[in-house]
Design a protein around this ligand. Structure first.
Ligand code: MLT
Length: 255
């Protein structure tokens, strides 16, 4: 079983209940959670870097293998149950984990993501980007994402920070993740079978995952959508305090 890079924050899991596991967006790494975690001092948090991103090794396969590696990594550090929350690609992976390891989940958080698959054109664009990332363009292929990741008027320092992360995205990780996301399955039915505390949250200006995408997931989970004003797709980077409040509430309900 592959092991992914992980980091622990906050109180030990004995004192604080099951850990809150945070899975990051594409093409970033766990640094995107820094400000959210700073606003969650009472919650035991564990971050995991996706295969080929941050400090994690490359991994073959798709999001299913990523989800299995998350379960394997948690098992290796003694975690049998966790509240798992993922943003965008992290959300797709959380859905795969819910399908493959439902007993692991004490709660689920789906942020700026969707349970449905991409239309054919979007899938083709992902495969094109994967090719381009492995060619001369390298990480430059993700530079234009700065205009779709953030809301309409992000603070300049947030834009600068996220642009910096985009330039550091590893080309092999970009290619792996785009192919994995292109091949992902529809997992709305998986959500209907889950019976754990849930959070479905989106930045109100998210240009990538729509309100309808979130309403569908929320209905399947028997909850409502939490919308964060003034934030786009990277809600946890743009509005870390509001996202931390919603995650702390999810964690409290799951304890
Ligand atoms: C992400 O933020 O992880 C990406 O926007 C996911 C995607 O490309 O669908």
């Amino acid at each position: 079983m592959h092991k992914l890079a992980w980091r622990r924050y906050g109180p030990g899991s004995d004192g604080g209940g099951p850990p809150l596991v945070l899975l990051h967006a594409f093409p970033l790494d766990s640094r995107m959670w820094t400000d959210t975690i700073a606003a969650l001092p009472q919650v035991p948090v564990l971050t995991i870097d996706a295969p080929g991103f941050g400090d994690s090794p490359d991994l073959g396969g798709g999001l299913e293998e990523y989800a299995d590696a998350v379960a394997g990594t948690l098992g290796a550090v003694g975690v049998r149950r966790a509240v798992v929350a993922g943003l965008s690609m992290g959300g797709y992976t959380t859905l795969a984990l819910a399908e493959r390891q439902p007993g692991l989940l004490a709660g689920i958080g789906l942020l700026d993501t969707k349970a449905r698959v991409d239309p054919p054109q979007a899938r083709a664009a992902r495969l094109q980007m994967a090719e381009a990332a492995l060619g001369e363009q390298g990480a430059q292929v993700v530079a234009p994402m700065i205009d779709t990741l953030l809301g309409q008027t992000p603070p300049e320092e947030v834009r600068t920070e996220v642009s910096g992360w985009l330039t550091q995205a590893p080309p092999s990780g970009i290619a792996w993740a785009q192919r994995a996301m292109a091949a992902r399955e529809d997992r709305l039915a998986t959500l209907r079978q889950l019976d754990v505390p849930a959070l479905v949250l989106r930045g109100a200006q998210d240009a990538t995952a729509s309100l309808a995408d979130h309403e569908e997931m929320a209905a399947a989970l028997g909850t409502d959508v939490v919308e964060v004003d003034g934030a786009g797709h990277l809600s946890a980077v743009e509005a870390p305090d509001q996202v931390a409040t919603a995650l702390a509430d999810l964690h409290a309900r799951a304890r």
